[in-house]
Design a protein around this ligand. Structure first.
Ligand SMILES: Cc1ncc(COP(=O)(O)O)c(C=O)c1O
Length: 442
């Protein structure tokens, strides 16, 4: 097969696709294609869409702001949208002091890592240069983010150019993750003791970087209760900065506006992205505490200021849009709504897990990961000649669902404001899709 596309699509074996469905409009939960078909957006357009598409208040805000200022930089200047948004973000994160804006999740994490490393330099601790992290984490596709969220299957080709990190195992329940004859509790304690031992002995560690609440791209690995809190305590005790990535899990995805608050683990640095603008424009923010912020102050000649900046840092349209988006969370009580809607996932787990091709299911808030296996007896991951993603996408489309899988894991990550009725439609469509795949592969 040969693709006739001049667009190089992300993370895609282009030879698998002759053409791509052309989306020409989108409204609410639905994407409409050029052939008259429609699909429910089952992945919130890569986990960022909050309200569904074409939400009138957000579209009006973009138009309104675009007429005022399209773009002015934050280099030597400021503007009302960035000012108001940073204040709003600090209200949501009262332990934080300052906000650095950027363009996407990867850059927000690059910035978090740079701030952490430069902090130790600024306070004269030049030996603290290493970064610790969890195995199986993901923080983006740029070089710093790949180093910290190193996933061998994705990034081994770049290994020689990535900086090395200290990785610790993460508690998980799937068979491959937990050594045989070890209970989940014992394994969790083992993971924590490895972290504690290393951080106590090694004073070269500048920061511990992890996703907040769950590893999303790692396959919806939800941390056990208090796991994150304990790591934050170990960090504090050993003078290691605690850096959280809430790009995929904050803003309600796991059921809380700010996930680290429900995990009782205050970070030194935290990044948000994806849902910040409601999923309409590319934007991200990295927040730090006063301690971190103050270490960057001094005489110019000391060169303590942050050596980082992007052309579009703090873009006024994206900032105004983010502010409006957060106002809508409050106006429509979105977090309470998510907590109610997510009970649908809870209630439908058995309907999905009864299928022979389904292994483990993991879910929290508005995300569910469904592992596809060859059959329940073997519990071996589903494999196919084409990518599983292509297989699931093609079958899903027949049932009017837009899927993007992670390997053999079907990700249900709908727009956060989805109704219970539409979520049931998504789950029904998922069940039908898995049944179709099962028939096809038989
Ligand atoms: C936890 C996490 N961090 C960072 C990123 C990178 O964000 P972006 O794709 O906007 O660069 C992602 C993207 O999926 C993510 O899930």
């Amino acid at each position: 097969m040969k693709s006739d596309s001049s667009v190089w699509h992300p993370n895609t074996q282009m030879s698998e696709w002759t053409t791509f469905p052309k989306i020409i409009s989108a409204k609410g939960m639905w994407l409409y294609d050029s052939k008259g078909g429609k699909m429910l957006d089952g992945v919130a357009s890569m986990w960022c869409n909050v309200w569904g598409h074409s939400k009138s208040e957000l579209v009006s805000e973009i138009i309104k702001q675009t007429k005022i200022i399209q773009h002015t930089p934050l280099f030597n200047l400021t503007h009302p949208s960035a000012e108001k948004l940073s204040k709003k973000l600090l209200k949501l994160n009262p332990k934080m002091k300052s906000v650095f804006f950027s363009d996407n999740g990867s850059t927000a994490m690059e910035i978090a890592i740079k701030i952490a490393l430069q902090y130790w330099h600024n306070v004269g601790e030049n030996k603290k240069t290493n970064v610790a992290t969890l195995e199986n984490g993901y923080h983006g596709d740029t070089f710093g983010a790949m180093s910290v969220g190193y996933v061998p299957e994705f990034f081994s080709k770049f290994r020689s150019k990535l900086f090395s990190t200290i990785q610790f195992p993460v508690p998980r329940t799937i068979s491959s993750g937990t050594p045989k004859k070890t209970s989940s509790k014992e394994y969790e304690e083992y993971c924590l003791s490895k972290i504690e031992d290393k951080l106590e002995k090694d004073n070269s560690i500048a920061a511990f970087v992890m996703e907040s609440g769950a590893q999303m791209a790692g396959g919806v690995i939800i941390y056990p209760k208090n796991f994150q809190k304990k790591i934050s305590q170990i960090c504090r005790k050993n003078d290691v900065l605690f850096v959280l990535d809430e790009i995929a899990t904050g803003f309600g995805r796991l059921g809380s506006m700010v996930e680290y608050q429900s995990q009782n683990s205050i970070p030194d640095i935290v990044s948000f992205g994806k849902m910040l603008t409601g999923g309409y424009q590319t934007f991200a923010a990295t927040l730090t505490t006063k301690k971190i912020n103050d270490s960057f102050l001094g005489q110019f000649s000391e060169f303590k200021h942050l050596f980082h900046g992007h052309t579009y840092t703090g873009n006024p349209t994206a900032a105004a849009l983010s502010l409006k988006n957060i106002e809508l969370y409050e106006k429509y009580h979105l977090i309470e709504k998510i907590q109610k809607t997510s009970t649908v996932f809870e209630n439908r787990v058995n309907d999905i897990s009864n299928l022979d091709m389904v292994g483990e299911i993991r879910h929290k808030g508005m995300v569910m990961g469904i592992e596809l296996v060859q059959n329940k007896n073997s519990n071996k991951p589903l494999s196919s000649k084409t990518s599983i993603n292509k297989l699931v996408f093609d079958e899903g489309r027949k049932h009017k669902i837009y899927f993007r899988t992670l390997g053999n894991i079907i990700m249900l990550v709908p727009p956060l404001a989805i109704s219970q009725k539409d979520l049931n439609f998504l789950i029904d469509g998922t069940i039908s899709t898995i049944k179709s795949i099962s028939r096809k592969l038989r």
